[in-house]
Ligand binder design. Structure first.
Ligand code: ATP
Ligand code: MG
Length: 361
């Protein structure tokens, strides 16, 4: 009997290819009997077949599993009867029903990977964006209004509870993170526009209140516009950045671009009882089914999953397996054994996966 149940949803586009890749690597790293991948249906393609984006048995499987591994969801042109896009609704529904409030996006430049920030290729980009995942401006989704075809509006909602829990998550993460920013100081940077909007000033104030419980960690603040400049000019300053939903979405994509792009950037969506892991990219339908996608983002998301699960279950062997997966990816890319196409190489999805597996062995 496997020890941990992993609810696994391949999803759409390149989802199946990158999910299979991650499953193969994780099984190699943990030993075949550690993880049981329970394959579940869902996504835009499944909606076309069955009329359900997130079938109830898939939801129940995710709720009852130890962790969730997801490929990607969304297909262009698949719409609900009212004309709105199905997109990655699978994953949005899971996010809200399982209350996955912290979207964690590590931004780390691996040796051997080309960055548009040449000066940092020797090291220095290693921070984490924690995006609030359940409120902020995006909570207005579906609730905005257009008046007389003249004025459109959406509302930005920031709550004490929502901000406290994501801020606590960010400080807890900073407290146990390894890898140090340039000056060695553990730090949480609050990204907002507190100078313009009351909701952001409130967000900042709540972060300050939470910070009072973490005297060993520094806090600093950056306006969302200014941080886009700093992330390019001095990315080595950052340790953990906490941001409202929309700002976190935007700056984490910017951060991903500085370390090799979406195909290499992992993500985790974490709540108090559940967590879902997937690459930061979407379903990339333009390259689906061609064995051309990079599996690296999903493999590294799998390593994040092992670490999260290991902490939760008090099983140090999972954290050690996560370290081995990350080291195997780093070796594969650094030595140019198999470089995916989006990083300038020629290796297929399966070739990268095989190279990472061999590096593990
Ligand atoms: P979403 O709306 O779900 O965020 P998106 O429209 O932002 O998706 P993605 O699917 O993330 O778009 O990717 C944009 C493009 O980047 C893809 O069309 C593809 O060409 C490339 N891409 C994304 N992920 C990968 C990957 N894993 N490997 C290689 N190329 C990728
Ligand atoms: Mg996107």
């Amino acid at each position: 009997m496997a020890r941990y149940r992993i609810a696994t949803i391949e999803g759409d586009g390149i989802g199946p290819e990158v999910t299979q890749a991650a499953m193969a690597v994780l099984a190699e790293a943990c030993g075949a009997s550690t993880l049981a991948f329970e394959m579940l249906e869902g996504g835009a393609g499944h909606y076309v077949k069955s009329g359900a984006v997130l079938p109830e048995d898939t939801f129940a499987g995710c709720r009852d599993a130890d962790a969730i591994l997801h490929g990607a969801a969304g297909l262009p042109g698949v719409v609900y009867p009212d004309g709105t896009e199905v997109g990655n609704d699978l994953h949005l529904r899971l996010r809200f029903r399982l209350d996955l409030y912290a979207n964690v996006r590590p931004i780390k430049l691996l040796p051997g990977v080309l960055s548009p920030l040449r000066a940092f290729e020797g090291g220095g980009i290693d921070y984490v964006v924690v995006r609030e995942n359940t409120e902020g401006l995006y909570a207005s989704r579906g609730a905005g209004v257009v008046l007389r075809d003249e004025i459109a509006s959406d509302s930005l909602v920031v709550t004490r509870k929502g901000t406290e829990r994501v801020a606590r998550f960010a400080f807890d993460l900073a407290a146990r993170r390894s890898g140090a920013p340039r000056d060695g100081r553990r730090r949480v940077t609050v990204c907002d526009k507190a100078n313009i909007l009351r909701s952001y000033a409130f967000f900042r104030r709540i972060c300050d209140e939470v910070h009072a419980g973490y005297p060993d960690i520094a806090i600093d603040y950056a306006y969302a516009d200014a941080i886009t400049v700093h992330m390019l000019k001095r990315p080595d300053f950052y340790d953990v950045i906490v941001a409202e939903n929309m700002f976190g979405d935007i700056i984490s994509d910017l951060g991903a671009a500085t370390v090799g792009g979406m195909g290499i950037s992992p993500s985790g969506e974490i709540g108090d009882g559940h967590a879902l892991f997937q690459g930061a990219h979407g379903s990339a339908p333009d390259i689906a089914g061609q064995n051309a996608a990079s599996p690296v983002a999903t493999i590294l998301s799998g390593a994040m999953m092992l670490r999260w699960l290991g902490d939760r279950k008090g099983d140090a062997s999972l954290g050690a397996a996560a370290d081995r997966v990350e080291a195997a990816v780093a070796t594969t890319l650094r030595e140019g054994r198999a470089v995916p196409r989006d990083l300038g190489g020629r290796a297929s999805c399966t070739e990268v996966t095989e190279a990472v597996r061999r590096a593990l062995a």
